[in-house]
Structure formats: C-alpha cells, structure tokens
Design a protein around this ligand. Structure first.
Ligand SMILES: Cc1ncc(COP(=O)(O)O)c(C=O)c1O
Length: 406
C-alpha cells in the first residue's frame, strides 16, 4: 500500500490548519474524499444529470445505468446474494430506523423482547426505544466488561424465547472493539431471533461478507468509507425484505395507485424499489460506487492491516506517556483503528481544542454513545481514529503534541 501515492488523491490533506499541516484523525466521524469520488459526482452533474427509473430519454437511461451499476458494486463488495437485497438509504441511522419502523412495528408485540448491547451508538438504541413506546415490548441490554468488550455470557443469558431481534454493532465507534458477529448471529439464530448489525465502523475498514456472517440486516454509511454524506445502505435478506411493509410512501415505491370510490388502492414495487420512495440521492449513490472502486483498488485486507499496524504503533507510544490513559481492550487483535483516551487533568474537549491548535483533528465528547461512557464511568473521552491516508509521521507529531501538554 503506497500511502504517499494515496495521499495525493486527497486534496484536503495538503491544507494547513492554524498554520500547521492538517492531520486528520477523526475518521470514525467521517472520512475525507478522494478526487475519484468528487470527479464521479462532478461528471454525473456535468454530463448525465437526470432523474432515474422514470424517463425513456438518453440522460435518464445513463443516470439509471450509473445508479444501478453502483448497486451492483456495493452488492459485490459485501457479497450479498442478490441486488434486490441492497436498499439505498441516507445512512446507518436511516437503515436502522427503516428496520425498526417497518419490521419492528409489524412484528414486535407486548410480550416480545429486543436485545441490544450497552456499547451501541445512539442510532441503534433510540429507534428501538421510540417504537417500544408504541408497542410496549421489552428491551434488554447485554452488558459490557470493564475492558469495553461485550460480555458474551450476559448476552447469551439475555436471549430468551421472547427475543425476536438482536441488534448489535460490528465495531464500536468509541473503543474500536470488534464484535464476533458471526458467533453472535449463530447463537441468536439458534435461539430463533433475527439479527441486525450496525456496520458503520466495520465496512470501511475490513472485508465484509454478509453471507458468511449470516446476518439478517446489515447497515452502513457511505461517508465513513470515502463516499459522500447522505447515502448509506441497508442490506437485508430478500425473504425478510419481501415480507416487510414500506417505510415511506411516495413515487418509485409503488406498482399501482388506482382510484376507486373515493379511495386509492396501492400496490408496492418489487424490491428494492419498495423501500426507495421519492427521487433518490443519485449523485450520492454514484459517489459511493466510486468510493468502493477506490477501496477495492487498495484491497480491504491491506486497509485493515494498515490501520492495525498504525494502531499498534500509536498505542505503544501513547503508553510511554504516563499522563495519557487509554481506554478499551489491550487485546489489539480485537480492535480497529479507533483509540479512545484521556489526558490527566485536562478535559476531553480541551485536549481536542489543544490538538486543533496544532492542526490535529480529533473528536471529544460522548461520540453518540452515552450509555457506554456511563458504564466506563467516563464523563467524556477523546478519540483518534485512522484511515488509509494516515501515517506514522502524523502519529509521531500527535504524540509529540500530547506530551507537550501541561
Ligand atoms: C457505530 C455507528 N453506528 C451508527 C452511526 C450513525 O451513522 P450515520 O450518522 O452515518 O447515520 C455511527 C456514526 O458515527 C456509528 O459510528
């Protein structure tokens, strides 16, 4: 992997912030975009712009072709069985809301249970808590161990015959902990529960094969994997998606709307159209397709190895500094390139602001996962997170800056 060559594709990496060379370590929030992605979007608007799936004219055909080509790229990228299993949504948040509102409202009742974990992002907690108010089911939360890994025994003990769905993240956005989703899905299926995985922090960083993992739903966001904002994917097993009612109504998602006796009879489109109401984010889909091509050009194994190596290097050097406290498991084989930490006597926000003075972008706060912070008894945390363009030299500078804090 030629990082210096990769960096040339990202114009933003050459800018300065506060007089210093930009160091971008906030990749878990969103990643930077290579020229190949912005060029694909510009090309669509400059040369092919039209609505998709509607008209017979040339531009609409070209736009539709590019849009559907991206669906094929994404389907291959995560090894889905069928193109109809790839639904375009705004992002992970909307994908989980789609499942909660469509599958959840029609399948969950008062005596049922939903199993989440205490390491979920708010977007995998709040939709379930909202629909619980409508349907009155119970939500159980699997515990987290002190090293911020999932307590598997507790997870297993909370699976009951009433558990209809298990919703877990693949990789924690706070600690980078990688959950053994394949094992968790197997246990959940043996119990008769279906499985939704929040893959927002996994798909950008490792090879994902939804068939091998054997999960029922898998959600992710384009903007965390070099793509544009406002586009994401819900993968769902065809048999499940086929039996779910639409999430939103409008154009595109209907087969027929016929008026009869002061009433409109509506029938739904085939998958995945049933879940893609209205004019979609066409340039977002095309941009995400370009992002996937870019990642495939590098190879997901290479991406994973690069981040693993950089994380090991960073953790080793951060440990040398006694005022830095690292959170999360010490077993780096169970971690992605996300490093949560604190600096003695300095709040997380101040650490982030001080880093910003030196052109280093890191995140601070709850990172949309307040329950996990409460369990770990943290008021907040600082977080550095890596991607394909980050280097050891950037890490050296970061540690130098941290060491200089008083
Ligand atoms: C684990 C996890 N799940 C869900 C989300 C929500 O993603 P989005 O805001 O793209 O919908 C994030 C975003 O940070 C995340 O890290």
């Amino acid at each position: 992997m030629d990082i210096q060559k990769i960096r040339l594709d990202f114009p933003i990496l050459s800018r300065k912030v506060n007089g210093n060379q930009l160091i971008y370590f906030d990749n878990a929030a969103t990643t930077q975009k290579p020229r190949q992605v912005t060029d694909a979007i510009t090309d669509y608007y400059n040369n092919h712009n039209a609505n998709v799936h509607r008209a017979v004219h040339t531009l609409s055909m070209e736009a539709t072709e590019a849009y559907e080509e991206s669906r094929e790229k994404i389907s291959n990228f995560i090894s889905a069985r069928n193109l109809s299993e790839i639904v375009f949504v705004r992002g992970t948040t909307e994908a989980i809301n789609l499942v909660a509102y469509s599958w959840g409202l029609s399948n969950l009742n008062k005596d049922d249970e939903v199993l989440l974990s205490l390491m979920e992002h708010h977007s995998n907690i709040v939709p379930w808590e909202i629909i619980r108010k409508h349907k009155g089911f119970t939500i159980n939360y699997a515990k987290i161990k002190q090293d911020a890994t999932l307590d598997f025994e507790d997870f297993e003990s909370k699976l009951s015959k009433k558990t209809k769905i298990v919703c877990l993240n693949h990789v924690s956005n706070i600690t980078g902990t990688i959950n053994d989703v394949k094992r968790l899905a197997k246990v959940a299926h043996e119990n008769g529960s279906i499985v939704l995985v929040d893959g927002a922090q996994a798909v950008p960083h490792m090879k994902i094969d939804v068939q091998e993992l054997d999960v029922d739903f898998y959600a992710f966001s384009g903007h965390k994997m070099l793509g544009p904002t406002g586009i994401g994917v819900l993968y769902g097993k065809k048999e499940l998606l086929e039996n779910m009612p639409p999430f939103q109504g409008g154009g595109e998602m209907i087969k027929e709307v016929s008026y009869n006796k002061n009433k409109c009879e509506v029938s739904w489109s085939e998958l995945p159209g049933k879940f893609e109401a209205g004019t979609p984010n066409i340039c977002g889909v095309i941009g995400l397709g370009a992002a996937i091509e870019y990642l495939k050009g590098i190879g997901m194994e290479e991406v994973y190895e690069h981040e693993k190596e950089l994380t090991e290097y960073t953790v080793k050097h951060m440990k040398e500094c006694d005022k830095i406290k690292l959170y999360g498991t010490n077993d780096l084989s169970k971690r992605c390139g996300i490093i949560p930490f604190g600096v003695r006597d300095i709040s997380a926000h101040d650490v982030a602001l001080l880093c910003d003075n030196y052109g280093i972008m890191i995140r601070s706060g709850y990172h949309c996962a307040q329950p996990l912070h409460e369990i770990l008894k943290l008021k907040s945390s600082a977080r550095a997170s890596f991607y394909i363009y980050n280097t050891r030299e950037e890490v050296d500078r970061f540690i130098e800056v941290l060491k200089a804090f008083n």
